[in-house]
Design a protein around this ligand. Sequence first.
Ligand SMILES: Cc1cc2nc3c(=O)[nH]c(=O)nc-3n(C[C@H](O)[C@H](O)[C@H](O)COP(=O)(O)OP(=O)(O)OC[C@H]3O[C@@H](n4cnc5c(N)ncnc54)[C@H](O)[C@@H]3O)c2cc1C
Length: 351
Amino acid sequence: VVKRHINLMNDKDTISSERYDVIVIGAGPSGNTAAVELSSGGMKTLVIDQRHIIGDKLCTGIIGVECASIVPPREELVYRSASEVKVYSPNGTSYMLGDDTCHALIVDRVSYVQDMAENAMQSGADYLLGSRVDSINIDDSKVQVAGNSGDRQFSFNARIVILTGGFRTGLLKQVGLEKSNQLDYLIGTQIKVKARNIDRTHIYTGSGVSPGSFAWLVPTDGDDALLGGVSRERLNGGLDGLMNTLVADEIISRPVSSVENWGIPLKPIPRTFASRVLVAGDAAGFAKPTTGGGIYYSILSGKISAEVTLEAAIDGDFSDKKLSNYEKRWKELFGNELRAGFYARLLYESL
Ligand SMILES: Cc1cc2nc3c(=O)[nH]c(=O)nc-3n(C[C@H](O)[C@H](O)[C@H](O)COP(=O)(O)OP(=O)(O)OC[C@H]3O[C@@H](n4cnc5c(N)ncnc54)[C@H](O)[C@@H]3O)c2cc1C
């Protein structure tokens, strides 16, 4: 657990402090990555998150090797490396996919994200946890970010805000930006189980398991594993059939947590910047439409948002024209990948 975060609580009902250069809303992979770069670049940075425990968001913790090369996880956070996966088709037959090369790592996701926050703190960023942002007001000279930490209100001013509040954040509307189409998302469902003798990830396909998509059994620490699935529609007990089969086959024993659901965006939002605002990570709709993996794009977009913010600060220009460089850069870097993935998904769903 990250220990050092600012303690601004005082006797007053309202918490307010000196002005920041930049406020980052959301301490996920995207916000923390941005905060590392911003504070290292000399900007006075505040990160606000409604969670008390950083990184504790529904996720499987699989990162590709390209992601691990940008933000390497500490060795002790890597449960295992994934080279081959075992794919089960609807009729029960299975085949191995992959080779000897390591394509991905299964990591302790919570600690991985907390390490990013720790780095940002060491570079000088302040963190305000357990604090929910309710309003963002932008005028010609500043951004005002307000909300509450339990029964206390807070309000901070900054020159720019980076919005990394995750999937379909309601804060987009407040800064005059739109969410993507109502239908352009997946719902991920996951539950913790105990697994016996699983040494690699299992993938289950077929509409009976996860319509138009797939389900997974991913071994993590010791005999712990994550059983999950992703689909356009809430699986609503859809994992039960698979779980019963796996229990009957003695591959897993009964679940050790309750089922959790959370959304995964399939498409970028129409516009990811405005005057004094940049949007990154899931909030901007950046995830791989084929697999639902979003940590990599969250990190990349967090980095680009920080670069563009640092450049804007040098020129003292936070206009939407200046910040439009952000959208140009992420599109150059991974815009085509996201688009191709979206069409690959549509094709798969139509089969
Ligand atoms: C079931 C499931 C499994 C997944 N597995 C993988 C995987 O294995 N690999 C992978 O790459 N991706 C995976 N993903 C996707 C991945 O989790 C996300 O893409 C990634 O976490 C996005 O990072 P982020 O920083 O943009 O947002 P988040 O990690 O969602 O962080 C956003 C933060 O903002 C905070 N916040 C939101 N609103 C407010 C507010 N108003 N005030 C203050 N704080 C606020 C939240 O508390 C949260 O901490 C999975 C998703 C699901 C649903």
